[in-house]
Design a protein around this ligand. Structure first.
Ligand SMILES: C[S@@+](CC[C@H](N)C(=O)[O-])C[C@H]1O[C@@H](n2cnc3c(N)ncnc32)[C@H](O)[C@@H]1O
Length: 286
């Protein structure tokens, strides 16, 4: 308990025989908290990937074309989620918990971002948690969620009761359904540069709106460890960078690296807004 108090997971009340209370950090692990992150915390242990011994031994060759995960497990990450129902469920729940945190910022920070957007496609939008938050916060927006069969297959129905949310099974490398704007939340850091350019080109083709809403909205990490003053924030971003490299051969990018991808995919300009915590919001305009 002393260690957990020291690490900020409990408050100790009293000296001789202390009582313990939850802190803001440990409250995030309590199941009935609407912002619970318990599946997200379990993820590295259950999936193997970055924490698995064989994967660690494989980790040395960061230049190989397959990820350390693929070399350790004999298949790419997304095939592994398809073939392992238990891990697939945990992964999707973890992503849903993480994107559920967006309800803390969407209403206050994203009004201007979604102005002029009537329809949106959330590419790789998981089980639709963020899409649900958006259609609730902005009733004028209809949203499609494009996802792999192993994610869509677990969902009870393809549409929500208001008819504003629709799930579409597909592969973002083949086709992104047409919509006024396209959303990519925590997607591009999973992929190498060439793959990101392919995804971004498909997103550009999918944008139907010529007005102010016609854009790609990216929520992802922007690295800036030289200028960043918050040590823990930098540490978190660097940890994500390592996990992306091991699991998927992906990476976290600096602004320069992001800019290169946008220009190569044929976009004209972009605007970065720092959201909360370690993520940024990047609007990219055709
Ligand atoms: C890191 S998760 C992010 C999920 C969600 N956007 C979020 O922020 O919670 C990446 C998602 O991309 C999906 N995905 C991977 N490859 C895909 C593909 N080729 N086409 C569509 N979705 C894909 C995965 O199923 C997964 O749900």
């Amino acid at each position: 308990m002393r260690l957990l108090v020291h690490s900020g997971f409990f408050f100790a009340v009293g000296e001789e025989e202390p009582a313990y209370a939850l802190t803001p950090s440990s409250k995030l692990l309590v199941k009935d908290n609407p912002n619970c992150l318990s599946s997200f915390v379990k993820l590295p242990d259950q999936g193997g990937g970055a924490n698995n011994n064989s994967s660690r031994q494989e980790g040395g060759d960061a230049t190989a074309s397959s990820s350390a995960f693929e070399r350790a497990y004999g298949m790419p990450f997304w095939e592994y989620t398809d073939r392992n129902a238990g891990f697939n469920a945990l992964f999707n729940d973890a992503m849903a918990e993480d994107s559920g945190m967006m309800n803390l910022v969407v209403g206050d920070c994203c009004g201007a971002v979604f102005r002029g957007v009537e329809s949106l496609v959330d590419v790789g939008g998981g089980t639709g948690t963020f899409a649900r938050i958006i259609v609730a916060a902005f009733p004028g927006i209809r949203c499609k969620v494009l996802e792999l069969p192993q994610v869509i297959g677990r969902l009870a129905s393809g549409r929500n009761s208001s008819g504003k949310l629709e799930f579409v099974e597909g592969d973002m490398f083949q086709c992104v359904p047409s919509a006024g704007a396209v959303l990519l939340r925590m997607i591009l850091h999973d992929w190498k540069d060439e793959e990101c350019v392919k995804i971004l080109k498909k997103c550009k083709d999918a944008i139907s709106s010529k007005g102010e809403g016609g854009k790609v909205i990216i929520i992802d990490i922007v690295m800036d460890e030289k200028k960043e003053v918050d040590h823990e924030l930098v540490q978190t971003k660097l940890n994500f960078d390592m996990v992306m490299m091991f699991m998927l051969n992906g990476k976290e990018r600096t602004e320069k690296e992001w800019e290169r991808l946008f220009l190569e995919a044929g976009f004209q300009r972009y605007k970065i807004t720092h959201l909360f915590g370690f993520r940024s919001l990047i609007e990219v305009f055709p």
